[in-house]
Design a protein around this ligand. Structure first.
Ligand code: ADP
Length: 637
């Protein structure tokens, strides 16, 4: 006996917002509802197949997994029916009444109200089951979880507004029926040909049969026309097991949309079938065209699905990809793992590290090839995922050089904010005797581009990489060299441009340094006492041409930018004091040297120091005092 227990429940706020959006922004792409529902049915079949590995009774004598699609012109319904895993009452409430994705709230705040733009965003978010409401004004779901008895069926129903009803019903067959009550103005979907066309367009790659009723033979006798015969309308093979040359680009794309829950085509894919040897596997790896909205969350789903001998085992296998490649989606199918492998024991299986390094190599090969063959497309990839790839050198020691080759930066070569210069490009342009790769890190691209530290480099036409992504400090902290050339911050240590000067230049330089030291000895000492513990040292600068002063870090100290970043992240950073450099060629510094009045000398010194802090993008300890000092001096002019 079924205890109906009918309840009316409200949707989670996010679901309501999403539903509203789905209905209003996807009107130009209505037919995708069928793809989404078939995709869910196929996932449900995969899940069932996996659970039966440990509990074959779940098949309930029906191991012929399939999806049936039918329609009723009179009732105006389309029914998508599967014999997959099904859901129990709690699962229905959790899956169809709430959204569990991380970052959903933030995602919804990004929406603009502009339907075109939002349709694009919502495509990236993935709407799944809720896309039913694009064509239906009421949706009924009748489902029963595999292994439960018939009276544990559940009926869910909603008009896609604020709430839904849920009640227990009897359901003999396991699995899920989704019944769409088609809106009056969408009646053209109630058509055999239309549905078949959509299925072959979107779902040919689905690896269980999708069945539709056989069309009656027009010449058949009247009683034969009504027989219930079904026929398969898709290919129903695991696409990735087919020979590569028999798969069309469209099929690859549709498979991607199914496994990645993405509406857009992927940017690129690589399909490899490795047979023989000690590691048998097939991998089909995709790079999405856009970063998902919750990309920054390292906890977010990892995108690889694991199949063993064509049987789906699990989703989101973390062990296959490092974090810096967490945007990769795809399928790994291997004969090298046992069918009964579980998430827990996956960790300790010796095959996993082998697969991991093989798959990472595949992704790096794919990106490398793209960078060489199609720089424009690579640039698209870089804008989406570049800052994630920059986590690579820190995370993956073994592939450090390969990842470094894929990195792109801004540089003084063209002073453009778009990151398009590779370390190899930089090396090609190095001066004949140049041994180091120079870079500067700053809060923003503009701060980097106009940093006083670059002056001597610009004057000598030496390229400097301009780094301003948050991750960059972290990156250069873990990438000390590339192609045997050390990476050197231009804001650290002495500028030593030995390698690009002639011997004669060097001698002249030495003499000049000595001369400056004696000439400005008094100034240096005086400034040192005035600034006291704000600084580590004072010296005359070799790196400035236009600015009067700047701050640099000692060669082995932590860079100013990194200190700031760590402090912002709430980390304890021991105080590292900067070296204060003055430009002897600058009028203000020369004026300082001539200043006889001690009070004014103090004011000038503090102003030059504060200016250097500001030029670094830093914050003054006492901004009001700075303003007062400047105003006072302005009035004296
Ligand atoms: P997604 O498929 O992206 O997770 P959906 O909104 O399409 O999101 O579905 C939500 C959840 O509902 C699924 O993750 C699944 O657990 C469950 N579900 C949907 N359709 C079915 C089905 N046909 N059989 C079993 N479970 C389903």
């Amino acid at each position: 006996m079924v205890n109906a227990r009918q309840e009316t429940l409200g949707f989670q706020t996010e679901v309501k917002q999403l539903l509203n959006l789905v209905i209003h922004s996807l009107y130009s792409n209505k037919e995708i509802f069928l793809r989404e529902l078939i995709s869910n049915s196929s996932d449900a079949a995969d899940k069932l197949r996996f659970e039966t590995l440990s509990d074959p009774a779940l098949y309930e004598n029906d191991s012929d997994l399939k999806v049936k699609i039918s329609f009723d012109e009179k009732e105006k319904t389309i029914t998508i029916s599967d014999n997959g895993i099904g859901m129990n009452r709690d699962e229905v409430i959790a899956n169809l009444g709430t959204i569990a994705k991380s970052g959903t709230k933030e995602f919804l705040t990004q929406l603009t109200g502009d339907q075109k733009k939002d349709a694009h965003l919502i495509g990236q978010f993935g709407v799944g089951f809720y896309s039913s409401f694009i064509v239906a004004d009421k949706v009924t779901v009748i489902t029963r979880r595999a292994g439960l008895t018939a009276e544990h069926g559940v009926k869910w129903e909603s008009a896609g507004e604020g709430d839904y009803t849920i009640e227990n019903v009897e359901k003999n067959s396991r699995g899920t029926d989704v019944i769409l009550h088609i809106r009056d103005d969408q009646a053209d979907f109630l058509n055999d040909w239309r549905l078949r066309t959509i299925i072959s367009k979107y779902s040919d790659h689905i690896n269980i049969p999708i069945m539709m009723r056989k069309l009656p033979d027009m010449n058949a006798k009247e009683e034969e026309k009504t027989t219930e015969e079904w026929e398969q309308v898709n290919r129903a093979t695991a696409l990735w097991t087919l020979p590569k040359n028999s798969i069309t680009d469209d099929q690859y794309k549709e498979l991607y949309k199914h496994i990645a829950h993405d509406f857009e085509d992927p940017l690129l894919w690589a399909h490899n079938q490795v047979e023989g040897g000690n590691l048998d596997y097939i991998s089909l790896l995709y790079i999405p065209a856009h970063a998902p909205f919750n990309m920054w969350n390292q906890e977010q789903q990892h995108g690889l699905k694991l199949y063993v001998q064509r049987v789906f085992i699990m989703d989101q296998v973390k062990q296959f990809m490092p974090l810096y490649l967490r945007f990769v989606r795809g399928i790994v199918d291997t004969n090298a793992l046992p069918l009964n492998i579980s998430r827990e024991i996956l960790q300790d299986n010796p095959i996993i590290p082998k697969l991991h390094s093989a798959l990472v190599k595949r992704v790096l090969d794919m990106l490398d090839k793209l960078a060489t063959d199609d720089p424009e497309k690579y640039a698209k990839f870089w804008t989406q995922f570049g800052s994630i790839l920059k986590e690579g050198p820190a995370e993956d020691f073994a592939n450090r050089a390969r990842v470094a080759k894929l990195l792109r930066f801004s540089s003084t070569h063209n002073d453009l904010p778009e990151q398009m210069i590779s370390l190899d490009d930089y090396i090609k342009r190095m001066k004949p005797n140049q041994k180091k790769i120079y870079y500067i890190t700053a809060e923003s691209f503009n701060a980097a581009k106009s940093s006083p530290h670059l002056e001597i480099f610009r004057k000598n036409n030496i390229e400097v990489l301009l780094l301003s992504d948050r991750i960059d400090e972290w990156l250069v902290g873990h990438l000390s060299e590339y192609d045997s050339k050390p990476l050197q911050s231009v804001a650290k240590g002495d500028v030593n441009l030995d390698e690009i000067e002639t011997e004669a230049d060097k001698t002249a330089q030495k003499e000049k340094e000595e001369k400056l030291k004696t000439e400005f000895d008094g100034v240096i000492k005086h400034v040192k006492t005035i600034l006291g513990d704000q600084i580590k040292d004072v010296r005359m600068s070799q790196r400035l041409t236009n600015s009067p002063s700047c701050l640099v870090s000692d060669e082995n100290d932590m860079g100013i930018q990194l200190q700031r970043m760590l402090k912002a992240a709430g980390q304890e950073v021991g105080e590292v004091k900067p070296i204060f450099e003055l430009n002897p060629e600058h009028k203000l510094v020369q004026k300082l040297q001539e200043e006889k009045d001690d009070d004014r000398f103090r004011e000038w010194t503090q102003i030059l120091f504060d200016q250097a802090v500001l030029a670094e993008g830093g914050q003054l300890k006492d901004p009001a005092a700075f303003v007062q000092r400047v105003n006072k001096l302005l009035l004296e002019i």
